[in-house]
Design a protein around this ligand. Sequence first.
Ligand code: ADP
Ligand code: MG
Length: 296
Amino acid sequence: STPVATTCAIAQAARSGLVVKGGKYLEVLGKVKVIAMDKTGTLTEGSFQVVEMQILHNDLDLMKLLHWIACVENKATHPIAAALVDYAKSHGADPNGEVSDFRNLIGEGVTGIIDGHEIFIGNDRLADRLGWIDDETLESSYLEEWKNQGLTICWVGVDGELKLILCAGDQLREEAAEAVKNLKDLGLHIAMLTGDTLTTATVMGTQLGQIDIHAHLLPEGKVEIIKQLKKIGPTGMVGDGINDAPALAAADVSIAMGVAGTAIAMETADIALMKNDLRKLAYAVKLGQNARWKIF
Ligand code: ADP
Ligand code: MG
């Protein structure tokens, strides 16, 4: 049976918007030495806005391309997809059209066929794989500029050919820096895990103080990092379930973002943050630490 102190701690947690699935999870959280956090949707709002675009073809029918982008991204779930759909719509593009062979390319982006054309939209990893990163694109100063502003780059190609590059911005949650500081004050090692590029991740991460940044990761790469972090000590992972479900499962204790997270993350995580207030993490760790003292 669950000790009384733990039951009290769970009730206390619930009052502040933390759903704890069982006493043992709070106890593990009380013992963690490391907190790993997903970037998009966890440390950040997970709500992107397109900031700029660079057209790479003179004979480009921009309206048609924006229409295709909107149709393909309409089928995607990553937070950046909504930004691309909104952007296309704001330019007057019709977001409705039939897309076939839609696929999520894990850690890269998306693809689909529309009007007989194959569309690819994604990050540097995708651009690299499709051979779009050549001397010309590498020399384009705007790419580095965008990354140095913490923006996320989105490459768009049609039938294998690069057509357009956009950049989109997301914001750190307003309480993220304070939440990280509170966790560090408890002596915990804080890591950021992201599929985004290192420059973008570093620019955002630096605003959170000194943290351990791991970027350009595929979902299985996030699992590898969790395994490494566990060598430091018990590790908690906080995520929204979009491409981080395996990392959540690999941690000693998993915490899901409630409002911003996916239903699957909420269901499988050990603890859910119902109000998405990251400051509740340090509070929960302390609750776990105290409950442990009362039991033993
Ligand atoms: P993260 O959420 O940490 O950024 P993900 O693994 O979810 O990591 O995604 C990796 C990267 O792939 C994203 O940062 C984004 O640049 C790109 N990406 C994912 N989905 C899409 C999409 N629908 N459209 C464009 N780019 C995407
Ligand atoms: Mg995420």
